[in-house]
Design a protein around this ligand. Sequence first.
Ligand SMILES: [Fe+2]
Ligand SMILES: [Fe+2]
Length: 155
Amino acid sequence: MTMAYASADQRVLGYLGRALSLELSAVQLYSTQARLTATWGLTEAAERLRTEAREEMGHVERIIARLLALGAAPNASQLRPVRLGANLEALLQEDQSFEQELVQLYTEAAGHCALQGDHDSRLFFTTLLEEEREHARELAAWIEELKRPAATSGS
Ligand SMILES: [Fe+2]
Ligand SMILES: [Fe+2]
């Protein structure tokens, strides 16, 4: 029954495929960092990064659901290798550039869907875009916090 899928725009499927690769890479990235910071004894940071990994996994699940709804099989083929850092701030800087990449991808995808009049897909990408923008904002605030002289010591 291929006719049912005739409306699936190839470029939308392309954006979803790239998104799936990046979101899975984000899960790998945040899970690694959670483990790494835990070994550094940064319990609070580790917990925050674990939460982040779970949120990115939620994005993975939504993209898979969307692909299936469009009649396409998920086919992410390339995970981005994790770049390690020497300290928490270095890790967070890496995360921020990663989130910027996601923001860029979803901006482009939503723009394409708007031009095509594909309202459902535009909404799908716009929602993800807003969530990644929020991640980027939270990371920026976290990095600022680290740069401030600590008022209290500890985790
Ligand atoms: Fe995400
Ligand atoms: Fe994110």
